[in-house]
Design a protein around this ligand. Sequence first.
Ligand SMILES: [Zn+2]
Length: 200
Amino acid sequence: MGEFLDRLKKFMQTDEELKEVHQIQGYYETILQHKGSLEKMIAHCEDYQFDFQYEKDESKMNRGKIIVYLCEHDNEEEWLYDIPIDYHYIINLEDDDRDWGYCQCTPEDKLYNPIYKCCGNGCDWTAPRITIEKVENILCEEFDGIERDMWELKVKWENAEQKTEEEIKREQNELQLTRIKQQIEQLQNRQRELESELTN
Ligand SMILES: [Zn+2]
């Protein structure tokens, strides 16, 4: 357990993007606070070779994720050959919004901290929250064919798209035609009404 946690901590402290994450120390602490629930995952990781990678969240909805990749080293080979494992873990760094009340702390308060301009208890703040996922790879297979097959597929693919466009156009025309017929019918009815009024 120690190896995993030590390496994770070092990664969180040294990765250029990750170390800038708001309250990064709190995310590590949250993992420590719940490490009892993570025993199985950590043991799995330590059975293999593991590596971390940080991915920023472009939508900025949360603070990104740490991906834990696992692989096995094949020692039969002369060089170290990585055999991927069919699952990996994702540690999501999220926000826990604690809307505890608008800060009205003043320097007169006993526990007031001038750096944060707050007493740090009872006011609105965002705490770290983590969600960990185990992701199973269910397929990793290549395209079965030669390059020329791909060219044929491209033609079929684009023709299929075109056909759909033609179909859409046809449907639009049919709809328009139905409306025109309805309008003609209405006008003819009105024409008959007016003619009969005039003859009477
Ligand atoms: Zn406050």
